[in-house]
Design a protein around this ligand. Structure first.
Ligand SMILES: [Zn+2]
Length: 430
């Protein structure tokens, strides 16, 4: 059992009664108790994903609350924050309330909605920042796009300071981000139009300045470049209120994956078979960067520059990924690969297991404004159990998500969720 909040990293028994943890030591189970033998497994507080696209309302062909939360628990997550680039967008108290009713009816994990920054996510007019938080949103984001208008961003950050909730930003300077993959050697080789690292870094720099100006809380999504996290770290050192997330795919995959490589960088995992170049399942935004960036991101993670992990689970239905690279949709499936990809960094000796668990549990909880998460007597049983040694092959049938858009298809991964308990209920059992 690894519990960062209490500092425990030991073998223990956990007793759960009526959905609440009632004992955490070496306990005997009475005869009528259901016992789950977790010997050899990693038991941790329930994992939380700060960045998920559930696609409901409006894009049910890609994912729904039912399928997305089922994928979440299958990946070992008890809670997800969902992005507002839906149809309608999550830009009003009414839409958020309707979403939460649907979660109540069909969700199997906890869901925390993120509202948009602008109405309809068009970038033109700010939402009612207070009203959407009152309705249950945990922050604001125009994810999928940058809010180009700096005056609206400033206004959002002022509200952020007042309400102590994060402005969650997707950093991409659109006019120079018309390409489909990272701009560099590989994009030139493949003849695919590139997106320069500067497209991301320019907006990170602007938003850090606005955060500094206002004292608002900036949370930077899916940082993918070494220079990007460096800018964030510099600002943090100066006292700017900024947090940042890193995605497993940006740590273990590079732009070479677009050319067909299936080597998981920064890990000791087996290399997959060489794939055809230009697989749309490698298209993601921000794009997979060169190996050098994966190393810089890893170093930043080791140095504590990143607050948390996230998956940016971005399901897309088959037709959106079975077209030419330039035309295909941006986004990778993430929830069911988070453990194997991030635990691979632990197995390779790059990250301590307590650090790993902290960045998937305690830190995400802080960003979402949740009660501290821990496996302790008196707290609700939100527990994730993983088998770090299970080998499994990624096939469409093995995945619970409605969409199967991942370049990992066909590869054998190591490590998988064994048991996921959400508020005392077993919602996933391998
Ligand atoms: Zn994004």
């Amino acid at each position: 059992m690894v519990d960062p909040a209490s500092g425990r990293d030991e073998v223990a028994d956990i007793r759960i009664e009526d959905g609440v943890v009632t004992d955490v030591r070496h306990v005997d189970a009475p005869g009528n108790t259901e016992v789950f033998d977790a010997e050899g497994l990693l038991v941790s507080p329930g994992w939380i994903d700060v960045h998920v696209h559930l696609r409901q309302p409006g894009f049910d062909a890609k994912e729904t609350i039912a399928t997305g939360t089922t994928a979440a628990v299958a990946g070992g997550f008890v809670a997800v924050a969902c992005m507002p680039n839906t149809k309608p967008a999550l830009d009003s108290p009414e839409v958020i309330r309707t979403l939460m009713e649907d979660v109540e009816r069909t969700g199997v994990a906890r869901v925390y909605p993120i509202a948009t920054i602008t109405r309809g996510r068009t970038g033109d007019e700010a939402v009612d920042f207070d009203a959407v938080i009152e309705a249950g949103a945990i922050g604001w984001s125009d994810d999928g796009d940058t809010t180009a208008n700096s005056a609206i961003m400033r206004e959002a950050l002022v509200a952020s300071r007042r309400l102590n909730r994060p402005v969650i930003v997707h950093c991409e300077d659109k006019p120079i981000a018309t390409g489909a993959m990272h701009e560099g050697e590989v994009s030139k080789e493949l003849g695919i139009e590139g997106i320069p690292a500067a497209a991301e870094e320019i907006i990170i720099a602007r938003d850090l300045m606005l955060a500094e100006l206002t004292g608002g809380w900036l949370h930077v999504c899916h940082v993918s470049t070494g220079r990007g996290i460096e800018l964030i770290h510099e600002a943090k050192q100066r006292g700017v209120n900024v947090t940042a997330e890193v995605m497993p795919h940006h740590l273990v995959m590079s732009d070479e994956w677009v050319a067909g490589s299936r080597e998981l960088h920064n890990t000791d995992e087996a290399v997959g078979l060489q794939a055809e170049p230009g697989d749309p399942n490698t298209k993601v935004n921000p794009p997979l960067r060169p190996q050098e960036d994966t190393r810089k991101l890893l170093k930043a993670l080791q140095d504590g520059w990143f607050d948390c992990f996230g998956t940016d689970h971005a399901p897309h239905a088959e037709p959106e990924k079975s077209v030419e690279y330039q035309q295909s949709a941006f986004g990778l499936s993430g929830l069911e690969f988070a453990f194997s990809l991030s635990y691979a960094l632990v197995r390779a000796g790059h990250l301590g297991v307590v650090d790993l668990v902290r960045r998937w549990t305690v830190e995400p909880a802080k960003i979402l404004g949740l009660d501290p998460v821990s496996i302790q007597e008196g707290l609700p049983a939100n527990i994730s159990v993983f088998d770090p040694e299970e080998f499994w092959t990624v096939t469409p049938e093995a995945l619970k998500t409605k969409s199967k858009n991942t370049p990992l298809l066909g590869m054998t991964l190591r490590g998988r969720a064994a048991l996921t308990i959400v508020d005392g209920e077993v919602q996933h059992r391998a």
